[in-house]
Design a protein around this ligand. Structure first.
Ligand code: ADP
Ligand code: MG
Length: 339
Protein backbone atom coordinates (compact mmCIF):
# COMPACT_ATOMS: atom_id res chain seq x y z
CA UNK A 1 0.00 0.00 0.00
CA UNK A 2 1.06 3.58 -0.45
CA UNK A 3 3.15 5.35 2.15
CA UNK A 4 1.15 8.52 1.41
CA UNK A 5 -1.34 9.52 4.09
CA UNK A 6 -5.01 9.11 3.23
CA UNK A 7 -6.31 12.05 1.18
CA UNK A 8 -8.99 14.54 2.20
CA UNK A 9 -12.22 14.69 0.17
CA UNK A 10 -11.39 17.91 -1.69
CA UNK A 11 -7.78 16.95 -2.48
CA UNK A 12 -9.11 13.68 -3.80
CA UNK A 13 -11.64 15.33 -6.12
CA UNK A 14 -9.06 17.84 -7.37
CA UNK A 15 -6.33 15.27 -7.90
CA UNK A 16 -8.24 12.39 -9.46
CA UNK A 17 -11.50 13.72 -10.88
CA UNK A 18 -10.80 17.25 -12.09
CA UNK A 19 -8.89 17.67 -15.32
CA UNK A 20 -7.22 20.93 -16.29
CA UNK A 21 -8.17 22.79 -19.44
CA UNK A 22 -11.06 22.06 -21.75
CA UNK A 23 -12.22 18.44 -21.46
CA UNK A 24 -11.75 16.14 -24.45
CA UNK A 25 -15.50 16.13 -24.96
CA UNK A 26 -18.06 16.86 -27.60
CA UNK A 27 -18.80 20.26 -26.04
CA UNK A 28 -21.80 21.63 -24.20
CA UNK A 29 -20.12 21.93 -20.78
CA UNK A 30 -20.77 25.49 -19.59
CA UNK A 31 -19.65 24.62 -16.05
CA UNK A 32 -18.12 21.34 -14.88
CA UNK A 33 -16.66 20.11 -11.56
CA UNK A 34 -16.33 22.76 -8.82
CA UNK A 35 -19.66 24.54 -8.40
CA UNK A 36 -22.82 23.23 -6.73
CA UNK A 37 -23.97 21.70 -9.99
CA UNK A 38 -22.84 21.43 -13.59
CA UNK A 39 -24.38 23.55 -16.34
CA UNK A 40 -24.78 21.68 -19.61
CA UNK A 41 -26.18 22.68 -22.97
CA UNK A 42 -28.08 20.12 -25.02
CA UNK A 43 -27.89 20.77 -28.79
CA UNK A 44 -30.92 22.53 -30.27
CA UNK A 45 -33.62 20.11 -31.36
CA UNK A 46 -32.37 17.27 -29.13
CA UNK A 47 -33.95 15.23 -26.35
CA UNK A 48 -31.87 14.70 -23.18
CA UNK A 49 -31.13 11.04 -22.36
CA UNK A 50 -30.26 10.07 -18.75
CA UNK A 51 -29.15 6.70 -17.35
CA UNK A 52 -27.71 5.71 -13.98
CA UNK A 53 -26.34 2.40 -12.70
CA UNK A 54 -24.69 1.47 -9.42
CA UNK A 55 -22.05 -1.19 -8.92
CA UNK A 56 -21.36 -2.52 -5.42
CA UNK A 57 -18.30 -4.46 -4.29
CA UNK A 58 -19.11 -8.10 -3.55
CA UNK A 59 -22.33 -7.79 -5.48
CA UNK A 60 -21.49 -6.64 -9.00
CA UNK A 61 -17.75 -7.31 -8.93
CA UNK A 62 -15.59 -9.53 -6.70
CA UNK A 63 -13.95 -8.08 -3.61
CA UNK A 64 -10.42 -6.96 -4.48
CA UNK A 65 -11.10 -6.44 -8.23
CA UNK A 66 -8.60 -4.45 -10.27
CA UNK A 67 -9.58 -0.77 -9.69
CA UNK A 68 -8.88 0.06 -13.36
CA UNK A 69 -11.55 -2.46 -14.36
CA UNK A 70 -13.96 -1.10 -11.75
CA UNK A 71 -13.60 2.42 -13.20
CA UNK A 72 -14.13 1.10 -16.72
CA UNK A 73 -17.18 -0.99 -15.81
CA UNK A 74 -18.87 1.74 -13.78
CA UNK A 75 -18.96 3.91 -16.91
CA UNK A 76 -19.36 1.11 -19.48
CA UNK A 77 -22.61 -0.22 -18.03
CA UNK A 78 -24.16 3.24 -18.42
CA UNK A 79 -22.74 3.84 -21.89
CA UNK A 80 -24.38 0.56 -22.87
CA UNK A 81 -27.78 1.89 -21.74
CA UNK A 82 -27.26 5.12 -23.69
CA UNK A 83 -26.17 3.08 -26.74
CA UNK A 84 -29.38 1.06 -26.51
CA UNK A 85 -31.33 4.32 -26.88
CA UNK A 86 -29.44 5.19 -30.08
CA UNK A 87 -28.11 8.27 -28.27
CA UNK A 88 -24.82 10.17 -28.18
CA UNK A 89 -23.27 10.08 -24.68
CA UNK A 90 -21.87 13.45 -23.63
CA UNK A 91 -21.52 13.91 -19.87
CA UNK A 92 -21.15 11.82 -16.73
CA UNK A 93 -21.44 12.32 -12.99
CA UNK A 94 -19.84 10.01 -10.43
CA UNK A 95 -21.07 9.25 -6.90
CA UNK A 96 -18.21 7.43 -5.23
CA UNK A 97 -18.42 5.76 -1.81
CA UNK A 98 -15.03 4.53 -0.59
CA UNK A 99 -13.94 2.75 2.57
CA UNK A 100 -10.69 4.80 2.49
CA UNK A 101 -8.89 7.17 0.12
CA UNK A 102 -5.91 5.20 -1.20
CA UNK A 103 -4.03 7.18 -3.89
CA UNK A 104 -2.87 4.07 -5.79
CA UNK A 105 -6.40 2.68 -5.94
CA UNK A 106 -7.84 6.05 -7.01
CA UNK A 107 -5.15 6.52 -9.66
CA UNK A 108 -6.00 3.18 -11.31
CA UNK A 109 -9.78 3.67 -10.89
CA UNK A 110 -9.76 7.12 -12.50
CA UNK A 111 -7.41 5.91 -15.28
CA UNK A 112 -9.91 3.15 -16.16
CA UNK A 113 -12.84 5.53 -16.07
CA UNK A 114 -11.19 8.34 -18.06
CA UNK A 115 -9.72 6.01 -20.70
CA UNK A 116 -13.23 4.89 -21.64
CA UNK A 117 -14.69 8.40 -21.22
CA UNK A 118 -12.08 9.78 -23.64
CA UNK A 119 -12.85 7.06 -26.20
CA UNK A 120 -16.44 8.29 -26.29
CA UNK A 121 -15.89 12.05 -25.84
CA UNK A 122 -17.65 11.98 -22.45
CA UNK A 123 -16.78 14.68 -19.90
CA UNK A 124 -16.97 14.05 -16.12
CA UNK A 125 -18.89 17.12 -14.96
CA UNK A 126 -19.55 16.45 -11.27
CA UNK A 127 -20.18 13.94 -8.57
CA UNK A 128 -20.19 13.23 -4.90
CA UNK A 129 -17.62 11.56 -2.65
CA UNK A 130 -18.28 9.90 0.66
CA UNK A 131 -16.94 7.23 2.98
CA UNK A 132 -18.53 3.79 3.33
CA UNK A 133 -18.54 0.33 1.71
CA UNK A 134 -17.17 0.47 -1.88
CA UNK A 135 -20.03 1.48 -4.16
CA UNK A 136 -19.92 3.44 -7.41
CA UNK A 137 -22.83 5.16 -9.15
CA UNK A 138 -22.26 6.72 -12.53
CA UNK A 139 -24.87 8.72 -14.35
CA UNK A 140 -24.44 9.29 -18.07
CA UNK A 141 -26.27 12.07 -19.88
CA UNK A 142 -26.54 12.23 -23.62
CA UNK A 143 -28.80 13.36 -26.39
CA UNK A 144 -30.71 12.18 -29.41
CA UNK A 145 -32.55 14.11 -32.18
CA UNK A 146 -36.00 14.99 -30.83
CA UNK A 147 -38.40 12.03 -30.87
CA UNK A 148 -35.85 9.60 -32.36
CA UNK A 149 -34.71 7.58 -29.34
CA UNK A 150 -34.70 3.81 -29.92
CA UNK A 151 -37.21 2.36 -27.46
CA UNK A 152 -37.93 -1.15 -26.18
CA UNK A 153 -41.54 -0.71 -27.16
CA UNK A 154 -41.02 -0.29 -30.92
CA UNK A 155 -40.79 -3.94 -32.06
CA UNK A 156 -43.39 -5.02 -34.64
CA UNK A 157 -44.91 -8.41 -35.38
CA UNK A 158 -42.56 -10.19 -37.82
CA UNK A 159 -39.44 -8.19 -36.88
CA UNK A 160 -36.32 -10.28 -36.52
CA UNK A 161 -34.40 -10.37 -33.23
CA UNK A 162 -30.71 -9.62 -33.73
CA UNK A 163 -27.87 -9.43 -31.22
CA UNK A 164 -24.39 -7.89 -31.44
CA UNK A 165 -21.14 -9.66 -30.53
CA UNK A 166 -21.23 -12.90 -28.56
CA UNK A 167 -23.13 -13.94 -25.42
CA UNK A 168 -21.99 -15.65 -22.23
CA UNK A 169 -18.32 -14.62 -22.30
CA UNK A 170 -18.52 -12.27 -19.31
CA UNK A 171 -20.28 -14.83 -17.11
CA UNK A 172 -17.54 -17.34 -17.99
CA UNK A 173 -14.91 -14.67 -17.30
CA UNK A 174 -16.41 -13.91 -13.90
CA UNK A 175 -16.43 -17.62 -13.02
CA UNK A 176 -12.74 -17.76 -13.98
CA UNK A 177 -11.90 -14.66 -11.94
CA UNK A 178 -13.53 -16.27 -8.94
CA UNK A 179 -11.95 -19.69 -9.32
CA UNK A 180 -9.05 -20.30 -11.66
CA UNK A 181 -5.54 -19.05 -10.91
CA UNK A 182 -4.16 -16.91 -13.76
CA UNK A 183 -1.33 -19.37 -14.41
CA UNK A 184 -2.50 -21.11 -17.63
CA UNK A 185 -0.49 -20.29 -20.74
CA UNK A 186 -0.78 -21.00 -24.47
CA UNK A 187 -4.22 -21.43 -26.03
CA UNK A 188 -5.98 -22.06 -22.71
CA UNK A 189 -4.34 -18.98 -21.20
CA UNK A 190 -5.36 -16.71 -24.06
CA UNK A 191 -8.95 -18.06 -24.13
CA UNK A 192 -9.23 -17.46 -20.40
CA UNK A 193 -7.69 -14.02 -20.73
CA UNK A 194 -10.26 -13.13 -23.43
CA UNK A 195 -13.15 -14.29 -21.21
CA UNK A 196 -11.86 -12.42 -18.14
CA UNK A 197 -11.43 -9.27 -20.25
CA UNK A 198 -15.02 -9.58 -21.44
CA UNK A 199 -16.12 -9.31 -17.79
CA UNK A 200 -13.59 -6.70 -16.65
CA UNK A 201 -13.61 -4.46 -19.74
CA UNK A 202 -16.97 -4.71 -21.54
CA UNK A 203 -17.27 -2.79 -24.83
CA UNK A 204 -20.41 -0.67 -24.92
CA UNK A 205 -21.80 -0.65 -28.49
CA UNK A 206 -22.12 3.12 -28.71
CA UNK A 207 -21.27 3.70 -32.38
CA UNK A 208 -23.49 0.84 -33.48
CA UNK A 209 -26.38 2.11 -31.33
CA UNK A 210 -26.13 5.43 -33.18
CA UNK A 211 -25.95 3.67 -36.56
CA UNK A 212 -28.94 1.45 -35.72
CA UNK A 213 -31.17 4.45 -35.05
CA UNK A 214 -33.34 4.86 -38.12
CA UNK A 215 -32.77 1.22 -39.20
CA UNK A 216 -33.94 -0.84 -36.19
CA UNK A 217 -37.48 -0.60 -34.82
CA UNK A 218 -36.45 -1.10 -31.19
CA UNK A 219 -33.46 -1.92 -29.02
CA UNK A 220 -32.29 -2.73 -25.50
CA UNK A 221 -28.98 -3.78 -24.02
CA UNK A 222 -28.44 -7.28 -22.64
CA UNK A 223 -27.16 -6.81 -19.12
CA UNK A 224 -29.03 -9.40 -17.03
CA UNK A 225 -28.92 -12.34 -19.46
CA UNK A 226 -30.79 -12.86 -22.73
CA UNK A 227 -33.50 -15.07 -21.18
CA UNK A 228 -34.75 -12.40 -18.80
CA UNK A 229 -34.00 -9.37 -20.96
CA UNK A 230 -35.75 -10.65 -24.08
CA UNK A 231 -38.91 -11.32 -22.05
CA UNK A 232 -38.85 -7.68 -20.92
CA UNK A 233 -38.24 -6.51 -24.50
CA UNK A 234 -41.15 -8.55 -25.90
CA UNK A 235 -43.48 -7.45 -23.10
CA UNK A 236 -42.56 -3.77 -23.67
CA UNK A 237 -43.60 -4.19 -27.32
CA UNK A 238 -46.76 -6.15 -26.36
CA UNK A 239 -45.49 -9.11 -28.40
CA UNK A 240 -44.13 -12.60 -27.91
CA UNK A 241 -40.95 -13.99 -29.49
CA UNK A 242 -39.36 -17.16 -30.81
CA UNK A 243 -35.64 -17.78 -30.35
CA UNK A 244 -33.67 -20.52 -32.09
CA UNK A 245 -31.16 -21.33 -29.40
CA UNK A 246 -28.75 -23.06 -31.83
CA UNK A 247 -28.23 -19.64 -33.43
CA UNK A 248 -26.94 -17.89 -30.29
CA UNK A 249 -23.52 -16.40 -31.04
CA UNK A 250 -20.93 -18.10 -28.82
CA UNK A 251 -17.26 -17.14 -28.99
CA UNK A 252 -14.54 -19.69 -29.74
CA UNK A 253 -12.94 -19.14 -26.29
CA UNK A 254 -16.29 -19.82 -24.59
CA UNK A 255 -16.81 -23.01 -26.60
CA UNK A 256 -13.28 -24.10 -25.75
CA UNK A 257 -13.55 -23.45 -22.02
CA UNK A 258 -17.09 -24.63 -21.25
CA UNK A 259 -19.24 -27.69 -21.92
CA UNK A 260 -22.00 -27.01 -24.51
CA UNK A 261 -24.65 -27.00 -21.76
CA UNK A 262 -22.64 -24.62 -19.54
CA UNK A 263 -21.90 -22.30 -22.48
CA UNK A 264 -25.60 -22.12 -23.34
CA UNK A 265 -26.55 -21.46 -19.73
CA UNK A 266 -24.07 -18.57 -19.51
CA UNK A 267 -25.26 -17.19 -22.88
CA UNK A 268 -28.90 -17.32 -21.81
CA UNK A 269 -28.75 -16.39 -18.15
CA UNK A 270 -25.23 -15.33 -17.16
CA UNK A 271 -25.54 -11.57 -17.45
CA UNK A 272 -22.95 -8.80 -17.90
CA UNK A 273 -22.83 -9.15 -21.70
CA UNK A 274 -23.53 -5.48 -22.58
CA UNK A 275 -24.41 -6.40 -26.13
CA UNK A 276 -27.33 -4.80 -27.98
CA UNK A 277 -30.53 -6.68 -28.77
CA UNK A 278 -32.49 -5.23 -31.69
CA UNK A 279 -35.77 -5.62 -33.53
CA UNK A 280 -35.84 -4.89 -37.25
CA UNK A 281 -38.01 -5.71 -40.27
CA UNK A 282 -36.42 -8.68 -42.13
CA UNK A 283 -35.72 -6.58 -45.23
CA UNK A 284 -33.54 -4.22 -43.17
CA UNK A 285 -31.24 -6.94 -41.84
CA UNK A 286 -28.57 -6.48 -44.55
CA UNK A 287 -28.41 -2.73 -43.82
CA UNK A 288 -28.21 -3.38 -40.06
CA UNK A 289 -25.51 -6.06 -40.53
CA UNK A 290 -23.49 -3.69 -42.72
CA UNK A 291 -23.74 -0.97 -40.04
CA UNK A 292 -22.57 -3.47 -37.40
CA UNK A 293 -19.64 -4.58 -39.56
CA UNK A 294 -18.65 -0.94 -40.07
CA UNK A 295 -18.56 -0.60 -36.27
CA UNK A 296 -16.42 -3.73 -35.90
CA UNK A 297 -19.08 -5.95 -34.36
CA UNK A 298 -20.84 -9.10 -35.52
CA UNK A 299 -24.63 -9.16 -35.78
CA UNK A 300 -26.57 -12.42 -35.50
CA UNK A 301 -30.26 -13.01 -36.15
CA UNK A 302 -31.50 -15.37 -33.42
CA UNK A 303 -35.28 -15.37 -33.91
CA UNK A 304 -38.28 -13.15 -34.45
CA UNK A 305 -41.00 -11.23 -32.64
CA UNK A 306 -44.55 -12.39 -33.21
CA UNK A 307 -48.10 -12.04 -31.89
CA UNK A 308 -47.95 -14.44 -28.94
CA UNK A 309 -47.64 -14.63 -25.19
CA UNK A 310 -44.10 -14.85 -23.88
CA UNK A 311 -40.92 -16.18 -25.43
CA UNK A 312 -40.68 -19.63 -27.03
CA UNK A 313 -37.20 -21.19 -27.11
CA UNK A 314 -36.33 -24.06 -29.46
CA UNK A 315 -33.07 -25.98 -29.94
CA UNK A 316 -32.81 -27.60 -33.39
CA UNK A 317 -36.59 -27.46 -33.71
CA UNK A 318 -37.37 -29.01 -30.31
CA UNK A 319 -38.77 -27.13 -27.32
CA UNK A 320 -36.05 -25.84 -24.98
CA UNK A 321 -36.33 -24.34 -21.50
CA UNK A 322 -33.56 -22.03 -20.27
CA UNK A 323 -32.35 -23.38 -16.94
CA UNK A 324 -32.59 -20.02 -15.21
CA UNK A 325 -34.38 -16.73 -15.82
CA UNK A 326 -32.50 -13.44 -15.90
CA UNK A 327 -30.91 -11.83 -12.91
CA UNK A 328 -33.11 -10.03 -10.41
CA UNK A 329 -31.98 -8.41 -7.20
CA UNK A 330 -33.96 -9.54 -4.14
CA UNK A 331 -35.07 -12.74 -5.88
CA UNK A 332 -34.03 -15.99 -4.19
CA UNK A 333 -31.63 -16.87 -6.99
CA UNK A 334 -29.83 -13.52 -6.81
CA UNK A 335 -26.73 -14.64 -4.96
CA UNK A 336 -24.39 -14.45 -7.95
CA UNK A 337 -22.39 -11.44 -8.99
CA UNK A 338 -23.95 -9.49 -11.84
CA UNK A 339 -25.16 -6.02 -12.73
P1 ADP B 1 -21.76 19.97 -2.62
O1 ADP B 1 -21.51 19.80 -1.17
O2 ADP B 1 -22.19 21.33 -3.04
O3 ADP B 1 -22.60 18.88 -3.19
P2 ADP B 1 -19.27 18.72 -3.03
O4 ADP B 1 -18.38 19.25 -1.98
O5 ADP B 1 -19.91 17.39 -2.82
O6 ADP B 1 -20.34 19.83 -3.33
O7 ADP B 1 -18.49 18.65 -4.39
C1 ADP B 1 -17.73 19.75 -4.86
C2 ADP B 1 -17.61 19.70 -6.36
O8 ADP B 1 -16.89 18.52 -6.72
C3 ADP B 1 -18.97 19.60 -7.07
O9 ADP B 1 -18.85 20.32 -8.29
C4 ADP B 1 -19.11 18.14 -7.32
O10 ADP B 1 -19.93 17.92 -8.47
C5 ADP B 1 -17.68 17.69 -7.56
N1 ADP B 1 -17.42 16.30 -7.14
C6 ADP B 1 -17.53 15.75 -5.91
N2 ADP B 1 -17.16 14.46 -5.92
C7 ADP B 1 -16.79 14.17 -7.21
C8 ADP B 1 -16.33 13.02 -7.88
N3 ADP B 1 -16.13 11.85 -7.24
N4 ADP B 1 -16.08 13.10 -9.20
C9 ADP B 1 -16.29 14.25 -9.87
N5 ADP B 1 -16.70 15.38 -9.29
C10 ADP B 1 -16.95 15.35 -7.99
MG1 MG C 1 -22.06 16.89 -2.97
Amino acid sequence: MSAEPSLGEFDLIRRFFTRPGPAADGGGVLLGVGDDAAVLRVPAGADLIAAVDTIVEGRHFPVGSDPCSIGHRALAVNLSDVAAMGATPAWATLALTLPSAQPEWLEAFSAGLFALADQHGVALVGGDTSMGPLCISVQVLGFVPRGEALLRSGARNGDVIAVTGTLGDAAAGLALLQSAPKSASGETGSARHFLRQRFEYPTPRVSFGLAARGIASAAMDVSDGLAGDLSKFAAASALGAHVRVERLPLSAPLRAQATPAQALDWALSGGDDYELLLAAPPERVPQLAAAAAACGTALTVIGEFREADGVEWTLDGRPFTPARGGFEHFSRASTQFTV
